[in-house]
Design a protein around this ligand. Sequence first.
Ligand SMILES: *[C@@H]1O[C@H](CO)[C@@H](O)[C@H](O)[C@H]1NC(C)=O
Ligand SMILES: *[C@@H]1O[C@H](CO)[C@@H](O)[C@H](O)[C@H]1NC(C)=O
Ligand SMILES: *[C@@H]1O[C@H](CO)[C@@H](O)[C@H](O)[C@H]1NC(C)=O
Ligand SMILES: *[C@@H]1O[C@H](CO)[C@@H](O)[C@H](O)[C@H]1NC(C)=O
Ligand SMILES: *[C@@H]1O[C@H](CO)[C@@H](O)[C@H](O)[C@H]1NC(C)=O
Ligand SMILES: *[C@@H]1O[C@H](CO)[C@@H](O)[C@H](O)[C@H]1NC(C)=O
Ligand SMILES: *[C@@H]1O[C@H](CO)[C@@H](O)[C@H](O)[C@H]1NC(C)=O
Length: 371
Amino acid sequence: TAQAMAAAGWPLLLLLALLVLSPSRPETGDIVLKAPTQVHGFLGDSVTLPCQLQLPSTEVTHVSQLTWTRLGDSRSVAVFHRTQGPNYPESERLEFVAARLGAELWDASLRVLELRAEDEGNYTCLFVMFPQGSRSAVTWLRVFAKPQNTAEAQNVQLTGEPVPVARCVSTGGRPPARITWYSDLGGMANMSQEPGLLSGTVTVTSLWILVPSSQVDGKNVTCKVEHESFEKPQLLAVNLTVYYPPEVSISGYDGNWYLGQTEASLTCDAHSNPEPTGYEWSTTMGPLPPSAVAQGAQLLIHPVDKSINTTFICNVTSALGARQAELTVQVKEGPSSEPPGPMAASTSDNRPVSYAPVANSSQDSQTEVTR
Ligand SMILES: *[C@@H]1O[C@H](CO)[C@@H](O)[C@H](O)[C@H]1NC(C)=O
Ligand SMILES: *[C@@H]1O[C@H](CO)[C@@H](O)[C@H](O)[C@H]1NC(C)=O
Ligand SMILES: *[C@@H]1O[C@H](CO)[C@@H](O)[C@H](O)[C@H]1NC(C)=O
Ligand SMILES: *[C@@H]1O[C@H](CO)[C@@H](O)[C@H](O)[C@H]1NC(C)=O
Ligand SMILES: *[C@@H]1O[C@H](CO)[C@@H](O)[C@H](O)[C@H]1NC(C)=O
Ligand SMILES: *[C@@H]1O[C@H](CO)[C@@H](O)[C@H](O)[C@H]1NC(C)=O
Ligand SMILES: *[C@@H]1O[C@H](CO)[C@@H](O)[C@H](O)[C@H]1NC(C)=O
């Protein structure tokens, strides 16, 4: 059967676990040390490590000494002797909060003052009793520092390569904060750490990196900071800034203009950051014909005549440079009885022309004409 259990695998492990656990069970059932497994405090604050004896009323005992040690270190950090009182060999920032000379030693709770990073560790609380022997419990003291968090956009241009577009900093956390990002825009994070101002603290910086495009300008990415000292994660939204030259298209032509039509107009649609500063209309032949009048982004045509049978250019200027779009108008001899065809439908949409890193985009112009 032992072989069968070994073959099964886990029952053997269970058996081993029981064998390991059984010696640590208290011999006299009812004496209990009440101590939390974990206690945390903040740098510079005070914190109490509770440790109390719970004795059934039928039990009689005699506590001769309370001792606190750090796990992995045999030296005591605090001792309370029944007749000699307290002694703190390692530190002046410790005190027994309840133990008193001349009283029963049933409470070993220890206060740690002005917490430092190096106070973090596992502390063993030990009661030396007669006739029951000794009892001990271990408490993990954790020392926290609450970080300050900030997030900001990095102003970038169209580099064509991945660059940091947002920066999230969690300053002076202990343990180090965890930073993650929410983004619909793609990209990746690059995290780095450095020591914080206070000893034992860490400043975490995370950059959100992507290839800048005009589409991400004005979009949010969110930095999420998690820390042991927060009730819930802190969310910091960053509105991205990408500087880009004008992206230009011309709308308003339905492909159905005819000689003698009294009015028509074209609109120059441009996006840029910073905003466009100027619109200039012309034709591939030179200046505008007399029947076309520019009013900012609008071109008002009155009336439609032979001179309108041309290719119009809108030149948009911004602080980052000028870009053009072109549109070829084909004027018909007379009004068409047919409804506008597919070409007209696609010409009137406001799809922005994709940018290209060239000073004037003849490619853009062609897509404008042929789309
Ligand atoms: C304290 O003990 C806990 C549980 O055994 C362990 O996870 C932790 O790493 C220890 N802490 C230190 C500072 O040693
Ligand atoms: C993060 O940035 C540092 C410094 O710019 C760079 O050396 C490192 O390669 C980057 N890590 C990743 C994963 O991109
Ligand atoms: C980002 O800021 C710009 C300018 O203030 C604003 O127009 C835009 O709506 C903001 N974006 C978001 C996602 O809030
Ligand atoms: C974008 O971020 C700003 C703060 O930078 C916030 O006020 C706004 O609500 C966010 N907009 C969206 C759509 O998430
Ligand atoms: C567009 O306008 C700017 C500013 O007026 C001018 O410098 C540039 O030469 C113009 N470009 C073209 C192609 O007309
Ligand atoms: C406009 O030009 C096209 C060819 O580019 C020509 O077919 C059409 O007849 C012209 N329209 C007028 C009114 O001249
Ligand atoms: C486009 O730019 C080139 C130089 O980059 C210049 O030689 C050419 O004249 C420009 N064309 C127009 C229409 O502005």
